[in-house]
Design a protein around this ligand. Structure first.
Ligand SMILES: *Cc1c(COP(=O)(O)O)cnc(C)c1O
Length: 398
């Protein structure tokens, strides 16, 4: 058994260890199967690769800098680097994935895009690439979320997308997902469903992880340039569904000398009943078409999650992360609203960077965990904080 090296990548059947797979209604099978049979082949076509890379460079603005944070490094006595995904066009890592998927949709001959969104960030990233490619875009969003996230709804509309309210159930993300799936079943041949994180039925988690893997690919050569080594001691990233973390970990997954830290939102506290710390509170179940860890009641009802950051407010994690947790390949740390907000403000004051509150959770780890002075730490700064100004204002009475 000893020489059987553990893999943290997806296997041929679409599983990460015991997690993953495609648990979908039969009527969705042809759509998912079409994608499964084609995605890897298409991603490896030279044509596809070059168009993807050109857009990442000239439209998104990649490579994103790997910035040595001098003052933070002095304070926390370690070599701290920030991977600046906040500087991407649209202000976060999500655009890496939507660019990849719109190109995939075109190669599959699709003329219509659907997506679902909770906080609106993925909806905006999807509407953006649909405008870029002149493709019809419909974004499903819970009626309550539409009210809560008015600026992102306006952005989507300005970008030419139609925002359709989901009016059933709790009128939030879960219900929007159901509407999107219903739409896809009804429009199997001309429509591609752009999922926004490393969640959903196989092959989505793997496809999204590969599109986001550009993050760790760049970290490798950028560290080589600045430190003379291509591997850090730690990679730290926040986890909602897990896509920015998957991208930041990807090329380090099978090298166990690189420590991976996954940061979840504890909300008001893990035991408060208002939390999104899936690894601490969840257990195995099926959500969004895959077997993974999720927060649920004893009879399998999904628990409503809570976090001050809308992007981490998700009741599950993707199957790759469930596997990383179960095998202990990644260390999972839960950070409360208050800890995240304070870490975010510290980054503003010390480095002149206003982070998304999601990303602020990753920075709070610096206070929780002792590091050695020689440790090279890469923190994935998944997004910028402009969208969160109102929350920062209210929290700190600014
Ligand atoms: C959406 C979002 C996240 C959470 O999504 P993941 O798929 O876990 O990366 C984190 N940070 C920012 C800035 C986001 O917009």
């Amino acid at each position: 058994m000893k020489d059987l090296k553990m893999s943290y990548h997806v296997n041929k059947k679409g599983y990460y260890g015991e997690f993953g797979g495609a648990y979908i209604p039969e009527m969705l099978y042809p759509n998912v199967e079409e994608l499964r049979l084609n995605y890897q082949k298409i991603m490896e076509e030279p044509d596809f690769k070059s168009e993807f890379q050109q857009l990442l460079k000239n439209y998104v603005g990649r490579p994103s800098p790997l910035y040595f944070a001098k003052r933070l490094s002095e304070k926390y006595q370690a070599k701290i680097y920030l991977k600046r995904e906040d500087l991407n066009h649209t202000g976060a890592h999500k655009i890496n994935n939507t660019i990849g998927q719109i190109l995939m949709a075109k190669r599959l001959g699709k003329t219509r895009i659907i997506a679902e969104t909770g906080a609106g960030q993925h909806g905006v990233a999807t509407a953006t690439v649909c405008a870029l490619m002149d493709i019809q875009c419909i974004v499903y969003m819970g009626e309550i979320d539409i009210k809560r996230q008015a600026p992102n709804v306006a952005r989507m509309k300005m970008l030419g997308a139609e925002v359709r309210p989901a009016t059933s159930g709790s009128k939030t993300l879960k219900d929007a997902t159901n509407e999107a799936i219903r739409d896809w079943i009804n429009n199997p041949s001309d429509t591609h469903y752009i999922i926004g994180s490393v969640v959903g039925p196989h092959p989505y988690p793997d496809m999204v992880a590969q599109f986001q893997s550009v993050i760790s690919e760049e970290i490798q050569w950028q560290l080589q340039e600045q430190e003379g080594t291509n591997k850090p001691n730690y990679v730290i990233a926040c986890v909602g569904g897990g896509s920015n973390a998957a991208g930041a970990y990807y090329h380090f997954l099978d090298d166990e000398s690189v420590n991976l830290i996954a940061v979840e939102a504890a909300g008001l506290g893990i035991k408060s009943g208002k939390s999104a710390a899936t690894s601490a509170l969840g257990n195995e179940g099926i959500i969004h078409g895959s077997k993974t860890l999720l927060m649920q009641t004893k009879d399998g009802q999904i628990t409503e999650p809570y976090s001050i950051s809308a992007g981490l407010d998700y009741p599950g994690v993707g199957p790759m992360h469930a596997h990383l947790f179960q095998t202990k390949r990644a260390e999972f740390i839960a950070i409360s609203d208050d800890e995240a907000m304070n870490a975010g403000l510290e980054l503003c004051k010390m480095e002149g960077i206003i982070p998304a509150i999601e990303s602020s959770h990753a920075f709070a780890v610096l206070k929780k965990k002792p590091f050695k002075p020689d440790d090279i730490i890469v923190i994935n700064l998944s997004g910028r904080g402009d969208k969160d100004l109102e929350t920062y204002i209210n929290h700190f009475n600014l």
